[in-house]
Design a binder for this molecule. Structure first.
Ligand SMILES: [Fe+2]
Ligand SMILES: [Fe+2]
Length: 208
């Protein structure tokens, strides 16, 4: 070993150090890549789950709630697409295993949806953002922040629907507004530009 060290040239030491730095950088990027894959998996499944919840809400006569589920489903699809672009940028292939949704009563579906959104807003996205900031990955930070903000809005909208569920029986579909860039979701347009990504209000998608 000592013989090896004694014959090592400065250029080789530099190469080893550079290699170590490169390896460390690659390891961090892989973690953000794994996080983006996990987020892509979560958003893709949320999209499928909310569409199933919407169909069931319609069957139970909660037309307004069905519209909310469809609007949130569209937002989750936008998040999945945004995350997929980051995964591709990092050299990965977006991969999601779509599970069959567990559909219960609309009340229980709302409770499950609130739980999922709260976890993403308070735990999952903050952790992924911490790693993305450490990696200085601007694309990941942007995509994760867009999703985190929208999930916060979804949690509020679902909580309001759950609180007023008795009054939402026998309601018809209503229009929700979804930002095509970040998935921000609103019951009405009370702003000129998206509060999260500043997309002009005219570009918002109407989902009912
Ligand atoms: Fe959401
Ligand atoms: Fe937006």
């Amino acid at each position: 070993m000592s013989a090896f060290i004694s014959t090592i040239r400065p250029a080789s030491i530099f190469t080893i150090i550079a290699g170590t730095v490169l390896f460390a950088g690659t390891a961090r990027a892989a973690t953000t890549l794994q996080n983006m894959q996990a987020a892509f998996q979560g958003e893709s499944n949320a999209h499928t789950r909310y569409l199933a919840f919407a169909t069931h809400a319609d069957k139970e006569g909660y037309g307004e709630v069905a519209s909310l589920f469809r609007a949130a489903a569209r937002a989750e699809q936008i998040h999945a697409n945004n995350h997929a672009a980051v995964i591709t940028e990092l050299g990965g292939t977006p991969t999601a295993n779509i599970e069959t949704p567990s559909v219960k009563s609309t009340r229980e579906n709302l409770e499950a949806a609130i739980k999922g959104e709260t976890y993403e807003r308070d735990t999952m996205y903050p952790e992924f953002l911490k790693q993305a900031r450490a990696d200085k990955n601007k694309s990941a930070i942007k995509s994760l922040n867009f999703a985190k903000t929208a999930e916060g809005e979804h949690a509020k909208l679902y909580a309001a629907a759950l609180n007023g569920l008795d009054g939402l029986k026998n309601t018809r579909a209503m229009t929700y507004y979804v930002c095509p860039k970040c998935g921000f979701t609103a019951r009405s347009i009370t702003f000129e530009k998206c509060p999260s990504c500043f997309t002009p209000k005219e570009q918002f998608e109407k989902i009912s």
